[in-house]
Design a protein around this ligand. Sequence first.
Ligand code: ADP
Length: 690
Amino acid sequence: MSGRPTVEELEKLVEQLQQHNSILSTSLEQSNTELQALQEDHNLLKNRYQKDIEELKKAQITLNKEKEFSQKLLDCLPGIFYLYTYPQLRLIYWNKNHERLLGFTADEIRNRHIMDWHVPGVEPIVQQAVDLVMEKGENVLESPLLHKNGEYVPFLMTGISFDTPEQRYLMGFGIDITDRKRIEYALKESESLFRLLAENSTDIIASHNANGEFVYVSPSCKTLLGYEPKELIGRSAFEFIHPDDKVKIEKSWQNVVEKPAITTFTFRILSKDGPYVWFEAVLKSIFDEATGKLKEIHASSRDITKRKLNEDKLEESETKLTTLFNAMTEMVVIHEVIFDENGNPKDYKIIDCNKAYTAITGIEKKDAIGRLGSEVYQSDIPPYLDEFSKVALTGEAFEYTTYYAPMDKHFIISVVSPGPNKFATITTDITAVHEIQEIIQEKNKELENYLYVASHDLRTPLVNIHGFSQRFQKHIEAISGCIEDCTINSDKSELVKKITSEEIPRTLNFILSNVSKMDGLINGLLQISRTGRIKMTIKKLDMGQLIKSIVSGMNFQLAEIDAKVNIEELPDCYGDNMQLNQMFTNIITNAIKYHDKGRPLVINISGKVRYNKVIYSIHDNGVGIAPRHQKRIWDVFYRVDSSSQITGEGLGLSIAKRIIDKHKGKIWVESEEGVGSTFFIELLNTEFSE
Ligand code: ADP
């Protein structure tokens, strides 16, 4: 088209415009309506979004809280928590304990590779464990983890896999098992120690379950009972126990099964080859600390056959002893010393006594046992406290003879110590013996008097016989001279000559030699009777001095036979100087007289104190005395060899014995023929009267 538009064209255009306009208005109206609708939608949406945003904000807060809660929860866990990316195995999340237990800071931990925590060399094991987690979803691994201080701490870890669409993760939790490991180690140690002890024990060591079945038996059961350990495993110990002992043992067993306990008992157990053997067992039940359930029962059993035998013997001998104790006519009392605050004995308590005690003292057993000596005997200080306590404290036995005035009785009391601070008195009532002894002493005195008188009186006729025999001899000599001068029938003269010059002198010689023998005997008897009659002066004697003076008086004889005398330090004693001098002289003289010519004589003289007594011994290496003579050498006029060239009358030892008797002592000999003799002399080292 070209040039100016026509009206028509314009009208058409206006019409078109109007049409457009109306379309536009309509659409504008529509748009407005739509816009309004849109505005409304917009408002609606805006409201909704605002709500969503608020909710989102709330959700964000909740999420943060939950995250904080989870973190706190993880931090509260007693062990370590970790989250590794997989397969990179880099640590991206952990809890506080991870830092604390292994000593590394958060920066040092972040992104650390899983293998960095493990002991070099175990990587394949760790990798395998990790792969298993990722494959199966979970797995457990026990492995030490590196601590910052360079040490490795044992951990038990539980791993699980966790996947998101973008990434796989390995997370888990580990606990420090140092203590458990230590206990396990100690347990292993003690188990191996137990094994070592059990395997080498001479006792039978066994473990049982609650039913008594053997779980373990040590090899010693083969040697002690004949069973191989494996034949007992699974069998009940009760099968082997003697029927009579079962009830007792079942009771003990029940005790240890119910609660942790230890019990000991003796029983008989069947050995493989038949007989029952006595055993003593100690049972100990082991309970699981965690569950409180019975784990096992340990038994340690020892063969006590020998002990049982000894016990039986002991029981038997105890019964015998008790019977003896009560049947004894001697009173036996066992005491215990009671001390004052300074430790000095102040009294003694009666612990036990026998029947004879009541019979002799009249004190009932029940009134004596458990009571003090001072109460029982009603004296401030109980009788013989010093002497008795000395025995209890030193253990040295002691024996003495005493007169107990309150009972008007004579006793021999032997005191021994059966244990520390204890003493037993064995008391024999010798009142009757004492009375007899007194009578004997009286009679002895009488006899000695008779002996003295008789021997004294016998001497006068003997002196007469001797004198008249000599005179008779002279008369015969005179008659013989006369006969020479007279002329007598030759037959008769020969006979008279023979009688006067041969037979009468021979008879006279015989009479005179018997007179001298009888004189010797009477002298001996006189000596003996004198020994008995001499009044003694008892005093303390320096025995060393006394013996030395005796020996020096014999120096000549000793030198003649080249003899040696050794005198040890001698304790003193009480006695009569003259008489003991005589006694020791007799003994030492005999040692010299009866020395063995084949060896130089050596005499050893020694002495020792035994509580209130002294024992001297005189040992020689002489000819010795055969056992059959040893009892008789103390008899008057007894000589071992009556035809011996050695001078003697068989009086020395009988005089020695009398002297010792008078000193309330003892004398005895121990001798071996061809070897030598030892004479023992026991004297008192306390004052005494005749
Ligand atoms: P005697 O010496 O006078 O014969 P004793 O009474 O002294 O008498 O001794 C009696 C006997 O004991 C003696 O004959 C002698 O055989 C024997 N005898 C005494 N002491 C000893 C001694 N030390 N060694 C050997 N025998 C002895």
